[in-house]
Ligand binder design. Structure first.
Ligand code: B4P
Length: 189
């Protein structure tokens, strides 16, 4: 069972590459950002609560996201593996994943989990996101998302490095070059 986590600042290519790798490994691509955006557009109670945070560039509170991910990981397609894109984003979300994995079958699945750190310089990130132009891709919100990333998500790089589960990947290359490098790191032939 392959379990892959994509870390990286907004605009680093998490969503783009997670979709490609999920297709190669034939496991579901689970993007918390996409699930949240779908809840916002359907005006669910979760979407209404999440919207204010997302519009500001802040993280949605852990408990809302944890419940959402817990439900998604129970779906039948997630039993054979998964790629989590944009989750975990805080140390407590990472601890939740660790706890889930050690409880899933009574045995610790440590060693199966792989985390990817997609590294891209800030000026390239801002340029990419402004070019994409999603609702939360205006300059002010992008700067806030980058700040939140540095403060709350970047510590997860050391969290996974300490556990021997981290692959550092240079994301400032063409999409195909990044995919080839990821494939080599996660699924060597
Ligand atoms: P996300 O949807 O995760 O958005 P993101 O960080 O901006 O990354 P995304 O995956 O969309 O972009 P990508 O780098 O692929 O989160 C949005 C919001 O949801 C957060 O701000 C937060 O409020 C909330 N949220 C989500 N998860 C949460 C959690 N776990 N806890 C709390 N809150 C949470 O691509 C960006 C652009 O770059 C694209 O246009 C792409 O085409 C381009 N690109 C990618 N790779 C490229 C390359 N190699 N070269 C050139 N361009 C490239």
């Amino acid at each position: 069972m392959q379990q892959v986590i994509f870390l990286g600042p907004p605009g680093s290519g998490k969503g783009t590459q997670a979709a490609r790798i999920a297709e190669i490994l034939e496991i579901p691509h689970i993007s918390t950002g996409e699930i949240l955006r779908s809840n916002v557009s359907q005006e669910t109670s979760l979407g209404q609560q999440a919207k204010t945070y997302m519009d500001r560039g802040d993280l949605v509170p852990d408990q809302l996201v944890l419940d959402m991910v817990e439900e998604r990981l129970k779906e039948p397609d997630a039993q054979k593996g998964w790629i989590l894109d944009g989750f975990p984003r805080t140390v407590s979300q990472a601890e939740f994943v660790e706890e889930k994995l050690s409880n899933s079958d009574g045995n610790s699945s440590e060693g199966e989990l792989q985390a990817i750190n997609l590294d891209v310089p800030d000026d390239v990130l801002v340029e990419r996101l402004l070019a994409r132009g999603r609702q939360d891709d205006n300059e002010e919100t992008i700067r806030r998302r980058l700040q939140v990333y540095r403060e709350q998500t970047a510590p997860l790089i050391e969290f996974y490095r300490d556990r021997g589960q981290l692959h550092d990947v240079d994301g400032d290359r063409t999409m195909d070059e990044v995919t080839a490098c990821l494939k080599k790191a996660i699924a060597p032939e």
